[in-house]
Every structure is written in C-alpha cells, then in structure tokens.
Design a protein around this ligand. Structure first.
Ligand code: DX5
Ligand code: ZN
Length: 228
C-alpha cells in the first residue's frame, strides 16, 4: 500500500481567501491540495472553476487534486488541465467506459493523473474495476457531494475495505482516497479499512490551528495499523 497522504480540502476555508487556504496547506506540509469543483447540477452547490485553479497555481507547486463534481466533465477537462491540475478526478456516476476512456486519454496526453470517484451509495462499477491499473486514485466519498462539514457516513467503510482488498489482490498501486468527514476521531479507522489518502476539510480548516491539524492527522494515520 502506498504511504499516507494528507489532502486538505480548501472549500472548508473562507472561500474569499483560497490563497490563504493553499498557504496553510503548504505550511502544514500537506501532500496535496484537494480542490472541489461543483457545478450546481451534479451536486447542490457551486464552488469555483478553472480560472481560480489557475490563479492558485501561481502560488504553489503543491500537487493539485481536482475533484470534478460536474455533470459534464468532457466540457471542462482541458480547462482544468490548462489551469494546472495534477490529478483530475471524475465521477463514475456520469461516465461509462467509453466516456472514461476518452477522458483518460485527454488527461494522460498531458502527463497528468486520472482519479475516479464514487458517491456513498455508488458501487465501483465493473468497467472501473477493470481499469484500476490506469486510475491513480480511487476516491471513496463518505459524504454526499456538495458541502464540507458533514459527518462521515460509516456505512461506506465496508466498500472502502473491499476496494482495498481488490487493489492489493491485483497488486495495484492505486491510491485510495477517502473524502468526507475525515477527522482525528475516525482517521485511524479509515486507515485500517484501507484508505491511504485523507481528504480533510473541516478536519483541517475548521480547527483552531489548521497548520498543526495537518500534522496531527498525519501522526494518527501513520500510527494506525492496517486491519487484515
Ligand atoms: C464534498 C467534498 C469534500 C469536502 C470535504 O462535496 O467533495 O471534499 O469538502 O470536507 P469535509 O472534510 O469537511 O467533509
Ligand atoms: Zn472532494
């Protein structure tokens, strides 16, 4: 299993100060920044777009983990690649194998990484399992897409564990990212179930000392043994 990575989710910070959110991630030595792109169709909120990602790109070399919660990713993939996204994550719910393959080619042609996300109620589809060797990050959402600050839906944890077993059985390097309600209280369980990339919005930016919160999450995650 790949090492633990911490990905602060900037929508939990003051949205008028995303630059500040990125600076906190840098100071806290986060591994990547999680950028939630929501279009008001796929999920009931609107966040920000490629122009904002591009502006933030000028501020840091930190890896940009761009989570596209949009109905029509085909229309936007190039814009986020141009903006400097390092990982572009698409939702399985709006794809089929043909659409995924097209998006995959677009992202890989630019040398970036492809992620695939599933909502809490969505099983990882067969076409996605068959392509996990091409997917750098499988994102298991543990809240409904839309907003930071929700409680983790622990009913999703068996799906996480199943995904980890599949990845390990096949000897794949796919990262498994857990997105939604990750906090110091549950991060140990998330690691035991097989997550290795921890998205944390409120769990970082909602704390008194967000810089320190990144290290604190990492310490707990790294000390948690995998359950077999
Ligand atoms: C939800 C987003 C999550 C969210 C995480 O639509 O995909 O990334 O911001 O925030 P917390 O950790 O507060 O649930
Ligand atoms: Zn997200």
């Amino acid at each position: 299993m790949n090492g633990i990575r911490i990905a602060p989710s900037v929508i939990a910070w003051d949205l008028g100060d995303l630059r500040g959110a990125v600076e906190i991630a840098v100071r806290g030595r986060a591994d990547q920044v999680h950028l939630d792109i929501i279009d008001g169709h796929f999920a009931p909120n609107i966040t920000f777009g490629p122009g904002t990602v591009k502006a933030l790109r000028q501020r840091t070399d930190l890896k940009f983990d761009t989570h596209l919660m949009v109905e029509n990713p085909q229309a936007y993939v190039d814009k986020f690649l141009d903006a400097g996204s390092d990982i572009v994550t698409f939702h399985a719910e709006v794809l089929n194998e043909r659409r995924f393959d097209e998006l995959f080619r677009a992202v890989r042609a630019r040398g970036r990484e492809v992620g695939l996300a599933v909502k809490p109620e969505t099983e990882v589809p067969g076409w996605a399992l068959a392509r996990l060797d091409k997917i750098s990050t499988l994102v298991i959402m543990t809240v409904s897409p839309g907003f930071s600050g929700q409680r983790m839906d622990t009913a999703v944890l068996p799906k996480l564990q199943k995904a980890r077993e599949y990845v390990d059985e096949k000897g794949l390097e796919t990262d498994i990212e857990v997105d939604g309600g990750v906090e110091p209280e549950n991060v140990r369980e998330v690691v035991r179930r097989g997550g290795n990339v921890m998205v944390a919005g409120a769990g970082v930016y909602g704390t008194k000392d967000p810089v320190r919160a990144i290290a604190a999450l990492r310490e707990i995650a790294e000390s948690a043994g995998r359950r077999r």
